[in-house]
Design a protein around this ligand. Structure first.
Ligand SMILES: [Zn+2]
Length: 333
């Protein structure tokens, strides 16, 4: 008996010395969750203010949040992992691919050979291919999205609308989160007294979107995360401000739970001093970790298929979509 206890203790000491978690407490609390971190801007489009470089600070923050989430079991994607600029069209195309890939896997895992499942897989592959073309050549395909050129009277492209329909699946609501990381500046003339963190989310009541698309599925979920996150950011010392609707590109051109976070005002001395402090960014990254764990904590839906939801209407639409894609690609070549 004593020998068994000693062997057990030795194993624990051995595992601890290699930093292997002995008791799997919350190591998998985010297992199956997918978080997309979008570090705003890049070297060509960054905002500088008194030694502060927004793209560098937000990239550093993304690189601090990512390992924390991964240590808790999440899958984390970065739309930008270096200072190099990435066009907004490529960022949203990546987000669309990552979510379509997840939906495809759920279909495959539940596949039982029905034609309708095969049809759905073919359709998802086709949409992933379109997004892949946009990443390869984002400028040539910018007209696929809303505001390049800005054309408020035009409805959403039918292929993008189909992606939005697929993304309305509860699998996405329960397992995905898109976070765009920024810091704020006041309009010129700059008011250095204005400070604090704000969060923006898409809205179905936005007047500029009424002719484009006003059936986003995850608005409430996005607002829920906004409120949780601002509370945690407030605890780090940057004051909680507002949660507001907006139609920014990176939260508009996909139908995922999504927020754009202004992590304080870099035009305010106190906020900027924090955002330029590496130790503060560590604390801010933990604020994100805690907010994301809270956000997903009430969700018990695994990343499995809601087959009827996903297959609904796909077979009737597929012929139409193949035609429209062919037409679209010819137009844009
Ligand atoms: Zn920004």
């Amino acid at each position: 008996m004593y020998r068994k206890v000693i062997v057990f203790l030795l194993i624990i000491i051995l595992l601890s010395s290699f930093n292997i978690p002995v008791f799997a407490s919350n190591a998998n609390v985010l297992y199956g969750k997918v978080v997309i971190l979008d570090a705003g801007h890049g070297v060509e489009t960054t905002n500088f203010f008194r030694g502060y470089d927004e793209q560098a600070a937000m990239l550093a923050l993304a690189h601090k949040i990512k390992p924390l989430l991964e240590a808790h079991g999440a899958t984390v994607h970065l739309t930008r992992s270096t200072p190099a600029n990435v066009l907004l069209s490529a960022r949203v195309a990546m987000a669309n691919i990552w979510s379509l890939d997840a939906l495809k896997r759920t279909v495959e895992q539940n596949s039982s050979g029905f034609d309708s499942i095969l049809g759905t897989l073919i359709e998802i592959d086709r949409l992933i291919n379109i997004m892949g073309l946009i990443i390869k050549n984002p400028q040539a395909y910018e007209s696929f999205f809303f505001n390049t050129p800005f054309s408020p009277s035009e409805p959403i492209h039918p292929d993008l609308e189909r992606i939005f329909e697929l993304q309305s699946n509860p699998v996405i609501a329960d397992n995905f989160l898109f976070i765009s990381l920024h810091s704020n500046a006041t309009a010129i003339p700059i008011n250095t007294a204005v400070h604090g963190a704000d969060v923006f989310h898409i809205s179905n009541e936005h007047p500029r979107l009424s002719d484009y698309y006003s059936n986003y599925s995850h608005v409430e979920r996005s607002i829920e995360f906004s409120e949780i996150l601002l509370d945690y950011i407030h605890e780090t010392g940057i004051q909680r401000q507002t949660v507001s609707p907006a139609n920014f590109f990176v939260i508009r051109e996909h139908n995922l739970p999504a927020v754009l976070v202004e992590n304080g005002h870099h035009t305010n001395t106190a906020d900027r001093t924090k955002l330029m402090d590496d130790e503060y960014l560590d604390r801010l990254a933990f604020a994100y970790l805690n907010a994301i764990i809270d956000f997903f904590s009430d969700i018990n839906t695994p990343l499995t298929l809601f087959l009827t939801d996903l297959l609904h209407s796909s077979s009737t639409r597929i012929r139409y979509n193949i035609r429209s894609t062919w037409f679209h690609l010819r137009q844009l070549r």
